[in-house]
Design a protein around this ligand. Sequence first.
Ligand code: GLC
Ligand code: CA
Length: 558
Amino acid sequence: MERKWWKEAVFYQIYPMSFQDSNGDGIGDLKGITKRLDYLKELGIDAVWLSPFYKSPNDDNGYDISDYRDVLTEYGTLEDFDEMQREMHKRGIRLVLDLVVNHTSDEHPWFVESRKSKDNPYRDYYIWRDGKDGGYPNNWDSRFSGPAWQYCPETDQYYLHLYSPKQVDLNWDNPKVREEIYDMMDFWMERGADGFRIDAAAGFSKEEGLPDGIPRKQATGCEHYLNGPHIHEIYREMNQKVFQKYPEIVTVGETFGVTPEDALKYAGNDRGELDMIFQFQHVGLEYTDGNKFNLHPIRLSEFKASLSRWQVALDGKGWNSLYLANHDQPRSVSRWGDDQKYWKESAKMLYTMLLTMQGTPYIYQGEELGMTNTVFESIDDFLDIQTLNAWKVYVEEGDDDPETFLKAAKFIGRDNARTPIQWDDSKNAGFTTGTPWMRVNPNYTWLNAEAELADPDSIFHYIQKLIALRHESLVAVYGNFTEYEPENEALYLYNRKLDGQNLFVALNFTGEEQKLTVPKEILEAQKKSKLYVSNYDNDGVICDRMIRPYEAIVYEWE
Ligand code: GLC
Ligand code: CA
């Protein structure tokens, strides 16, 4: 396996709107990020993935860009960006930018032109079609509910938007569009950025003729644009025209709906496309018939099977990215742990898993503190366009049960991850001196960075330790993966091995004591074992024993 900095690095994702406000307007900003870099350095991370900070009307919190080469006014200026980047680099932290190029904002100058007339030079930058039989050009859904088409009376045509009507899909079949994007990527690379996280990366290439999709509850039509016909040509071209000029950079594609087999096409060694992708299988298991707002409980064995499958499938052939949360997912401790009685233990257990798997770990802001899902009384408490649109279409205009919907939205809604970072127990958690754009999670009075920095037993310090250990342990990064007892509904057991070095990992996913039976070959083969890490007091002698609620224990053995 080829060694790379980005394989050995631990990434941290910043969602700028909620990270740190520096001027009291209630909105996080770039100066706020700069102010907190020592905190990130202390945590020990190597790179930041920064969610969009570009000019945007913020229909989808910056994932709708109206100027790719400038900073959102509320976030600061290009000079603030340069300063932030310089200060990161000074601390040895690399900076990966979000590249949102499946679509632009409808306020982007290209689209302002494009909608003017059918012969406008920018017309073909987007995807325009005539209606069919008095209706939409086809039956595709927006991923934010409702049709994927918006009518424009100026020219009596519809434009395609796979997300909101203010996020207009670019026409990647147009070579001019591709050149513009590559140019813009150069702009940021030359400014000193270290890579890209590519948004909605599997959806750029739409099938010719835009045929109707098989009707389904959500995302009808997706089989005609996910992993579309020219998607791999696009990434090869991007790689040749941009990535190759900057050999040290890293690229990661956000690819909804891909299998490990697809992943190896995007990011297999020697494909000449991307370095890695974000897969979605482990975060979609609770959906009922693909519906995010109708959930069912899952068994631990399903969750494990999903993760283990990727560990094995990409070993030696590609590279995984590992995550438990991001700005589109709820808080991990509320989802897979216990955010009440075993809050601390279970958050530590989950991150023991993340940091002892093969791949590059991504920690979403606040996860290092064990931040939890927040409190919503009713639909009026939600801000996220995805949740609000789905409510409107499925509940208000459709016949979905409001209780079921709300239960799901509280558990899985994207707003859970977007509450401001809890820095201390002062008003608004030290996030802002003004009124925060989004309500702070009320548990900030006891759950905050200041308290955790002062507590040697905190989640922060435990994750800090896991990061430091990983930096010194090639087996944690590169070792192969063998799972034991995949059918066990309480424990996740696996071994990592590189040359003669091993890590045996045992994780209790329940609030009860469980019996840990060490795999025979490990019990017999072990001559020397020592403790690698644990979230409870433990010694390092591998043996059959009881494992406590949400206990995580990792043994190093030869
Ligand atoms: C990605 C982003 C998400 C956004 C969507 C549209 O999935 O992570 O936040 O809403 O793309 O850009
Ligand atoms: Ca601000």
